[in-house]
Design a protein around this ligand. Structure first.
Ligand SMILES: NC(=O)c1ccc[n+]([C@@H]2O[C@H](COP(=O)([O-])OP(=O)(O)OC[C@H]3O[C@@H](n4cnc5c(N)ncnc54)[C@H](OP(=O)(O)O)[C@@H]3O)[C@@H](O)[C@H]2O)c1
Length: 350
C-alpha cells in the first residue's frame, strides 16, 4: 500500500498501478461473482466487471423494470441472469446490491444459499453495523467484505467508460478463508476503482450516512433553498435568485474547487468576493455545527437507519419518494432552475 500524507496524517491507499487489473483477474480467476440487485450500483459494478473479464452473473427479481434493464444490458436468463437465490447458489462471491431495506427483506432467503468459503460483499456498512435492526448476521463460514464506491453507480460506470476511476473505501468484517483481503482489493479494482482507502464497516456507514444527509445532499439543498428564499423575499427575480444561488456554483465555482481546492476558487474570484466570503465562512460554520452534531449522533444511535428501514420497507416506498422529488422539482426555485438550464447554449433547441 502507498503511504499518503493527507494534510499531516499519513494513511494507506491501494493504487490501481500497484494492484493492476491482471492481478485482480488472477485472484478472481476461479470465482463466479453474483451481483444481486440491478438498481443503481448493481448494473455499474456488474458491467464494469464483465468488461474487465471477470465471470459475472446477475440475480434480480423477474418481471420488474430492473429485470428488463438487465436484459437490455445483455444478461441472458438461465445463463447469466437468475433469481436472487439461484444466482447466490451458483456464485462464490455474492455482491449484495439490493437496496439497504431490500437487504433486510431478502436476508432470510439469501442466508440458506451461502456455502462454505463464499464471500458476502456489500457496498455499504449499513446491514452489518445495524444488525440489531436488519437481522443480517452472516454465518461464520463466509468472508464478509465491503467495497464502497464514493459516488453514484452512474458515476462508477461513467468514470469506467471514460477511462478514469472512482475512488472507493474497502473493509473486511470477517476473514474466514484467509483470502478476504485479496478478494476485496481484486473486486475493488475489477469494479473500476482508481484507488482504494481502507476503512471499517462502522466508519464507512457513520461517515457515509452523515455525508449524504449533510453537505452532499441534505445540507446542499437546504442551504440553497434558504438563500434563494431570502433573495426572493427581498424582491429579487427568480432568475437572479437562482443564478446567484445555484447556477454560478454548478457552472463555475464548484468546478474550480474540484480542480484545485477552495483557496484556488477564492483566488479566482474578485477581492470583494474573497473579503466577504472569508468573513462569512466562520458565521456559517458556527451556525451549522450544532446541526451536524445532531445529525452525527442520530446516525450513531441508529435513528437514521430506523427511519430508512421503516420508510423504504413500505410497499409504496418508491411512489412516496418519487412524489417528494416531484414536489421539489415543481417548487418555484427548481422550475426557475429548469428555465435557467434551458438557456445554456448547449441546451438550446433541446
Ligand atoms: N446508489 C448508489 O449509487 C450507491 C452508492 C454507494 C453505495 N451504495 C450501496 O449499494 C447498495 C445498493 O444500492 P442501490 O442504490 O444500487 O440500490 P437501489 O437502486 O435502491 O436498489 C434497487 C434494487 O434493490 C431491489 N430491491 C429493493 N427492495 C427490495 C426488496 N424489498 N426485496 C428485494 N429486492 C429489493 C430492487 O429490485 P426489485 O425489482 O425487487 O425492487 C433492485 O434490484 C446499497 O447497500 C447502497 O447503500 C449505493
Amino acid at each position: 500500500m502507498a503511504k499518503i500524507d493527507f494534510g499531516g496524517t499519513v494513511e494507506d491507499v491501494v493504487m490501481r498501478n500497484e494492484f493492476p487489473l491482471d492481478k485482480a483477474r488472477q485472484v478472481l480467476s476461479n470465482e463466479v461473482v453474483a451481483v444481486l440487485g440491478y438498481g443503481v450500483q448493481g448494473p455499474a459494478q456488474a458491467l464494469n466487471m464483465r468488461e474487465n473479464g471477470i465471470q459475472v452473473i446477475v440475480g434480480q427479481l423477474a418481471d420488474t423494470s430492473y429485470w428488463e434493464k438487465a436484459l437490455k444490458d445483455g444478461w441472458v436468463p438461465g445463463k447469466t441472469l437468475f433469481s436472487l437465490e439461484e444466482a447466490a447458489k451458483q456464485a462464490t462471491i455474492i455482491q449484495y446490491l439490493v437496496s439497504d431495506a431490500g437487504q433486510m427483506a431478502v436476508w432470510p432467503r439469501l442466508k440458506p444459499c451461502l456455502k462454505d468459503g463464499d464471500a458476502l460483499y456489500f457496498s455499504h456498512g449499513f446491514s452489518i453495523v445495524y444488525k440489531e435492526q436488519t437481522g443480517v448476521v452472516p454465518p461464520e463460514f463466509v468472508d464478509v467484505i465491503m467495497v464502497a464506491p464514493k459516488g453514484s453507480g452512474t458515476s462508477v460506470r461513467a468514470n469506467f467508460l471514460s477511462g478514469s476511476g472512482i475512488n472507493s473505501s474497502f473493509a473486511i468484517f470477517q476473514d474466514y478463508t484467509g483470502r478476504a483481503r485479496e478478494r476485496t482489493i481484486a473486486l475493488g479494482i475489477a469494479i473500476g476503482s482508481g484507488y482504494l482507502f481502507p476503512t471499517t464497516f462502522q466508519s464507512e456507514v457513520y461517515s457515509d450516512l452523515t455525508g449524504e444527509r449533510g453537505i452532499l445532499m441534505g445540507a446542499l439543498a437546504g442551504v440553497m433553498e434558504a438563500q434563494y428564499n431570502v433573495l426572493r423575499k427581498n424582491g429579487h427575480s427568480p432568475s437572479e435568485a437562482f443564478n446567484e444561488t445555484v447556477e454560478e456554483l454548478t457552472q463555475s465555482l464548484i468546478r474550480l474547487v474540484g480542480q484545485n481546492g477552495m483557496d484556488w476558487m477564492y483566488a479566482n474570484c474578485s477581492t470583494t468576493a474573497q473579503r466577504g466570503a472569508l468573513d462569512w465562512r466562520h458565521k456559517f460554520s458556527a451556525a451549522v455545527a450544532p446541526v451536524f452534531d445532531e445529525l452525527y449522533s442520530s446516525v450513531v444511535t441508529g435513528e437514521e437507519t430506523r427511519i430508512v428501514l421503516a420508510a423504504n420497507s413500505a410497499p409504496d416506498y418508491l411512489e412516496k419518494l418519487t412524489a417528494e422529488l416531484r414536489e421539489m422539482r415543481k417548487s418555484e426555485m427548481w422550475r426557475a432552475g429548469a428555465a435557467v438550464r434551458a438557456l445554456r447554449p448547449e441546451n438550446w433547441g433541446k
